[in-house]
Ligand binder design. Structure first.
Ligand SMILES: Cc1cc2nc3c(=O)[nH]c(=O)nc-3n(C[C@H](O)[C@H](O)[C@H](O)COP(=O)(O)OP(=O)(O)OC[C@H]3O[C@@H](n4cnc5c(N)ncnc54)[C@H](O)[C@@H]3O)c2cc1C
Length: 474
C-alpha cells in the first residue's frame, strides 16, 4: 500500500506505517497532542506524529513527501511560537524518543531526539560528569544544542553546539544518516547552530565534562540596592576566571505560595553565580560581592546536578513574553539604562530582567565549530513578563519595547536563535558568511522546504546555489 491508495484520510496509511502514533483533528486527543510547552503557541497542524523510532521518522518524511505536506520537528515546544501556520504541516513530536546512553570512558552521551536535559544530567553525574545544559532542566537537548546552547559552563567550555560530536538524522530524501566531522561535514557544520532546518535529528552524541560539584547559588538584596549591586557586579565580572559564570538579575516576584517566604511578593536584585571549582576557590572570588552584605546568601558547594535548577526556571508549560539582546559591553551607563526600564522607580512590571555574563570560551571561535560556534558579545540580557490579561499583554509589550530601546545602544547587532521567541529575520543570528553558507546548503539538501523550523533559513536563490532555486512557502 502506498499513500496514494488511501481514501478517507491519508493519515490512515501513516498510522499503519508507524510503531508510534498519529493524531488528527478527527481524534479526541488532538488538543492535547498539538499542545506545545509554550502556551503562547496555538498549533493547528494537519496532523501530529509521535514516532518511537528513527525508522518511524523515515516513514513520516516519506509520507510527507508523497502527500505534499511539510514537517515541523518538535521536542518540547519551548520555542514553538515562531513556527507560524502549520495547516499543511505534520507536527513531528519526538517526546517518545527518550533513550539516553552515557559512555563514561569516552566522556560522551547519546541522547535520542525527545530527551530533556534533566534526563542527561542525572545519569552523567553518576560518573562525575556534566553536560553543557542551560538554565532549565526540561528544555530539549536537541532543540537547545542545534540553536547554540548557553549554560552555566559557557565561559569555561563554550556553547553546547561545540560539544556535539555526531548527529543521527533523517534527511529530506528520507534517508537515515549519521553525520560527524568526517561524514557529511557541511551538514554537521550547519546543524551546530543552524537549528532544525536541515533534517530531523533522531539522536545526538556530545561530549561530557568532569564536574563533581560546583560552588553555586544566589546572593540576594532588596531591589533598592540594585544600582550599587549591579554596578559592582558589572565591574566584578571583568575580574573573574572562566570557571565563574554569573547572572545579574532583577526579580519582581508575585505573592504566590510556591515562592519561598523570604522573597515572596518582593522585588529583589540577585547575583546568581556558578563556579566550576572548589568551594574555597569560589568563595575567594565572591568576597567582593559578599562585602555588599547580601540579605540572603545561598551560595554553597552543590552537586553538579544542582546547576540545572539554579536559575529556578518554570518547569510547567507557561506563557511569557520575552525580549532579549546581546550586549557588546555593559558600562556604568548601560547598568543605568537597565535600571531605568527594570529597576526601582521605573514603573516596570517585568517579572525577571536578567543579564548573563558571557565572554571566556563563549566568545572565542571554536576550532572545527559549526554555524554558531561562539557569541560575539559580552553579555546576554533577557526580560520576561507574564501577562495575566489581554490588557496586560499590551502594557507589558510596551514595557518590553522600552527595555529593548534602552539597551539597544549597547547591543552587538546580532540576536540569539534560542532566545528568539517570535518570527524574525534569521540573518540576525549569523555572520554574513555563515548565513550565505547555510542558505546554500539548504538549497542543496532541502530545496522544497520540507522542514519547517521555528527559525527558518530560506533557500538561497542566487545562481551560486546551483540547480535548486525553489523559494520556501513559509
Ligand atoms: C524556560 C526556558 C529556559 C531556557 N533556558 C535556556 C538557556 O539557559 N540557554 C539557552 O541557550 N537556551 C535556553 N532556552 C531556549 C531554548 O534553548 C530554546 O527554546 C530551544 O529551542 C528549546 O529546544 P526544545 O527542543 O526544548 O524546543 P522545541 O520548541 O521543541 O524546538 C525548537 C526548535 O528546534 C528544532 N528541533 C527540535 N527538535 C528537533 C529535531 N529532533 N530535529 C531537528 N530539529 C529539531 C526545531 O526547529 C524546533 O522548532 C530556554 C527556554 C525556556 C522557555
Amino acid at each position: 500500500m502506498t499513500p496514494s491508495t488511501t481514501q478517507a484520510s491519508p493519515f490512515l496509511y501513516l498510522r499503519r506505517a508507524l510503531t508510534g502514533s498519529v493524531v488528527t483533528a478527527d481524534d479526541a486527543g488532538f488538543d492535547e497532542a498539538r499542545q506545545a510547552w509554550h502556551l503562547g503557541a496555538d498549533q493547528r497542524p494537519a496532523a501530529v506524529a509521535f514516532p518511537e523510532t528513527a525508522e518511524d521518522v523515515v516513514q513520516v518524511v516519506r509520507f510527507a513527501r508523497a502527500t505534499g505536506l511539510r514537517i515541523a520537528p518538535q521536542g518540547t515546544g519551548h520555542n514553538a511560537p515562531p513556527l507560524g501556520d502549520l495547516s499543511r504541516t505534520i507536527l513531528l513530536k519526538t517526546s517518545r524518543m527518550r533513550g539516553v546512553e552515557i559512555d563514561p570512558t569516552r566522556r560522551r552521551a547519546r541522547a535520542e531526539a525527545g530527551v530533556l536535559w534533566a534526563e542527561v544530567v542525572e545519569p552523567a553525574a553518576a560518573y562525575g560528569l556534566s553536560a553543557l545544559h542551560g538554565s532549565s532542566p526540561d528544555v530539549g537537548v536537541v532543540g537547545y544544542s542545534l540553536g547554540g546552547g548557553i549554560g552555566w559552563q559557557v565561559r569555561l567550555h563554550g556553547l553546547a553546539a561545540n560539544s556535539v560530536t555526531a548527529a543521527e538524522l533523517v534527511t529530506a530524501e528520507g534517508q537515515l544518516v549519521r553525520v560527524d566531522a568526517g561524514t557529511e561535514p557541511e551538514l554537521f557544520w550547519a546543524l551546530r547552530g543552524g537549528g532544525g532546518n536541515f533534517g530531523i535529528v533522531t539522536a545526538l552524541e556530545f561530549d561530557l565534562f568532569p564536574l563533581e560539584s560546583a560552588y553555586a547559588g544566589w546572593l540576594i538584596w532588596p531591589w533598592e540596592q540594585a544600582e550599587t549591586v549591579l554596578g559592582a557586579w558589572s565591574e566584578w565580572v571583568e575580574t573573574v576566571p572562566d570557571e565563574m559564570t554569573s547572572v545579574g538579575r532583577i526579580l519582581q516576584l508575585p505573592p504566590l505560595p510556591f515562592i519561598p517566604e523570604p522573597i515572596r511578593g518582593r522585588s529583589i536584585v540577585v547575583v546568581e553565580a556558578a563556579y566550576a571549582g572548589t568551594a574555597a576557590g569560589g568563595a575567594a572570588h565572591l568576597e567582593a560581592l559578599r562585602a555588599l552584605k547580601p540579605e540572603i546568601d545561598t551560595v554553597a558547594a552543590v552537586p553538579a546536578t544542582g546547576l540545572s535548577r539554579l536559575h529556578q526556571d518554570p518547569e510547567d508549560p507557561s506563557f511569557a513574553l520575552v525580549e532579549h539582546l546581546l550586549l557588546s559591553s555593559l558600562p556604568k551607563d548601560g547598568v543605568d539604562a537597565f535600571l531605568s526600564v527594570a529597576g526601582p522607580g521605573s514603573g516596570s512590571q517585568i517579572l525577571s530582567a536578567e543579564i548573563r555574563h558571557l565572554g571566556g570560551a563563549a566568545g572565542v571561535p571554536a576550532p572545527g565549530g559549526g554555524a554558531l560556534s561562539h557569541v560575539d558579545a559580552s553579555f546576554l540580557t533577557a526580560a520576561i513578563a507574564l501577562p495575566m490579561s489581554p490588557e496586560m499583554t499590551v502594557t507589558l509589550g510596551h514595557q518590553l519595547e522600552a527595555y529593548s530601546a534602552a539597551l539597544a545602544p549597547y547591543g552587538s547587532g546580532r540576536s540569539y536563535l534560542n532566545f528568539t521567541e517570535e518570527k524574525t529575520d534569521t540573518e540576525s543570528f549569523f555572520t554574513a558568511e555563515a548565513y550565505h553558507r547555510l542558505r546554500t546548503l539548504r538549497a542543496k539538501v532541502d530545496p522544497a522546504g520540507l522542514f519547517q523550523a521555528n527559525h527558518e533559513i530560506p533557500v538561497a536563490v542566487d545562481a551560486a546555489a546551483g540547480a535548486s532555486q525553489l523559494a520556501l512557502s513559509a
